[in-house]
Design a protein around this ligand. Structure first.
Ligand code: PBG
Length: 331
């Protein structure tokens, strides 16, 4: 008898394939990252991210209502503030009437069921384009944590459901947990960017917020390699994720996505909290660029990548494709 096994029996047609399919996608698997701009009625498409916009709060609120209706239940928010609000302390980050705080309030008022996860890191507010406070030629860990706590508490005050620290400082999850509890926000969760690699895939995001490390009066690193992880490393990712869970993270994240699915699976197996994967700006840009040239089938590649991220172990996928994928899933 040859062949002894016939795997093709389970692939004969779409009906049988649907019966044995191990992974599925639904709009509630996605988080949509959104960029907020100052002003009113502002909508600027990001050059390296076709289809993704920086929008003022009024237009952001409309978009949030639209994606809620499509079944998306969580958003990450990032702000672009004007240059005159940037300094080395990042103090605009905890301004009660800052762009982020106003955005959180407006979104939660218009769409209370949407889970809002503001980004906690100083880069949009830093004159140096770094995720923390610069001292002695590098980002200073502990003073940055103090700033991040003020920032996170101001997000909680504005109504954030979760805070999402993306800065990679050591000990920040514990500091944030203590700070939120002390301020009376024990139910505000922490989604920690635990295994965040120093990646060139973040390029388009830095275009969107104008937040890349930049030349200045003092000597500073022109990359983020002293805090974000070396992409040659694997064990470090597990270590960072376990620390964050111990420090009180409700969810951990691996970032970027597609090139890091080995890490996603290992982190998934190591922790007992949901794992989020950030399918980042550069991954989005690659698909858009190839599809524009007719070199790849946009929708098929999008769904394949999202499904593979889920299969690797993601409970949630933060992706710029959230809206398009949700529309496609509803058809
Ligand atoms: C900054 C931050 C970055 C991203 C999310 N938060 C960029 C960076 O670390 O330089 C990247 C997201 C993306 O590329 O889509 N704290």
């Amino acid at each position: 008898m040859f062949p002894l096994q016939r795997g093709r029996r389970l692939r004969t047609n779409e009906s049988i394939r649907s019966l044995v399919r191990e992974t599925s996608l639904s709009p509630s698997d996605f988080m949509f990252p959104m960029f907020i701009a100052e002003g009113e009625n502002v909508e600027v498409e990001i050059g390296s991210m076709p289809g993704i916009f920086r929008r003022s709060i009024d237009l952001t609120v409309k978009e949030v209502q639209e994606i809620y209706a499509l079944g998306i239940r969580a958003i990450n928010i990032y702000v672009k503030v004007s240059e005159n609000l940037k300094d080395n302390t990042g103090k605009e980050a905890w301004n009660k009437d800052g762009l982020m705080q106003n955005a959180i309030r407006a979104i939660k008022t218009a769409c209370p069921e949407m889970i809002v996860m503001p980004d906690v890191a100083l880069d949009p507010y830093s004159i140096y384009g770094h995720d923390g406070i610069i001292a002695n030629g590098d980002v200073e860990n502990d003073s940055t944590n103090t700033a991040l706590v003020k920032m996170a508490v101001s997000h909680a005050e504005a109504g954030a459901d979760f805070v999402a620290p993306s800065d990679m400082m050591d000990g920040r999850v514990l500091r944030l947990r203590e700070g939120l509890d002390a301020a009376g926000y024990p139910n505000v969760g922490i989604m920690s960017y635990s295994a965040k690699y120093a990646s060139a895939f973040y390029g388009p995001f830095r275009d969107a917020l104008d937040s890349a490390p930049r030349e200045s009066d003092v000597v500073i690193p022109m990359d983020k390699k002293t805090y974000q992880m070396d992409y040659a490393n694997r064990i470090e990712a597990i270590k960072e994720a376990l620390w964050d869970v111990e420090e009180g993270a409700d969810m951990v994240m691996v970032k970027p996505g597609i090139a890091y699915l080995d890490i996603v699976r290992e982190v998934k197996n190591a922790v007992n909290v949901p794992v989020t994967v950030y399918h980042v700006s550069g991954e989005y840009a690659m698909i858009k660029a190839a599809a524009e040239r007719g070199w790849l089938d946009h929708d098929k590649i999008m769904m394949e990548q999202l499904m593979c991220i889920k299969r690797a172990g993601a409970s949630l996928i933060s992706t710029y494709f959230a809206k398009e994928a949700a529309i496609l899933l509803s058809k």
